[in-house]
Design a protein around this ligand. Sequence first.
Ligand code: ACO
Length: 342
Amino acid sequence: MGVNPNISSRISGVGAFVPEKIMTNHDLEKMMDTSDEWIVQRTGINQRHWVEQNVSTSDLGFKASLDAIADAGLKKEDIDMIIFATLSPDHDFPGSACFLQDKLGLSGIAALDIRQQCSGFIYGLSIADKFIQSGSHKNILLVGGEIHSKGLDKTPNGRAVSVLFGDGAGAVIVSATEVKDASKDGHIIATNLHADGAFAKELWLPGPGTGFDDPERVPKTMIQEGWHYPQMNGKTVFVHAVKRMCETLVHTCTSSGVKLEDVDLFLFHQANLRINDKVGEMLQIPADKVFNTIQNYGNTTAATIPLGMRDAIKAGKLKRGMLVASAAFGSGFTWASGLWRY
Ligand code: ACO
């Protein structure tokens, strides 16, 4: 089925959910030989939310989904596909989209998991946009959700990575629409997706997996070696994130005939406030056009952008008809950008 020129997609609903428990930097000081000053200065993070032990990633996704479906003014039965972006699924298989589908009681519709880590939301938005444009689907639920807190080394050994991440979920409904006036009507204008696997091991979670020189995917030494915790070369990530986010953002805007100064709001992935400040500085974007939430949530990976959308709407910073540009960078390396009229 080809792309139908009369059908566009738009973000018809936005929702989010974060668990109640807040972990401040001072709480982490008691666990992992860090300081509020170090974390704030290097990352901009003040606090993050962590789940209780009986909560799964699809539980967070479920609450964010109900919020997004209500915001779109739809019934859950109107949803005809679920895309779930997460690097911290409920279980290795099946994907969290299947667990979420069951919780929503939507047996029979397509349920798809994607990885792509911090770029997962924009990858998912691009996939949803293409399915909608093909005419095969009308209302796709796209969820980005993570529970990092169950997968971090919370001892001093893990402090360089573990202070960065938080738990949460965001969701949007991507719906079919007909655009009559492109300067006013909500629609997704462009998405661009990229990856460079040469950098896969600069930010990764090695185990469990089949990539070990071992007959078992859970090697006996895995826990002892800490291969079940994320590994990151922070400086390499920083440099590539700034470069690639700038590149892809400029490409998406210019190839759509949009000047950066015409964009009303920038919603960047929330890896580190310093990364976003640097991107803003390099592209000369006024600070009040960039909406950051990392101060409150830490890095929630696939959830950061929809969570930011929900908070920007609540804060009155994102209104219908505004032009939004978004860019993300993460493990893979993967990076992506999107431009839409909300
Ligand atoms: N608390 C206190 N001290 C710490 C901590 C901590 N949590 N973590 C590391 N340190 C110490 C180190 O041990 C080191 O001490 P030393 O000088 O005595 O050896 C010192 O701080 C500097 O360590 P570096 O690793 O060199 O710290 P750096 O300045 O690179 O900052 C950071 C680390 C913040 C992670 C930085 O590299 C960065 O911002 N990278 C971008 C990566 C990122 O944001 N990733 C998020 C996930 S990926 C994504 O979403 C794209």
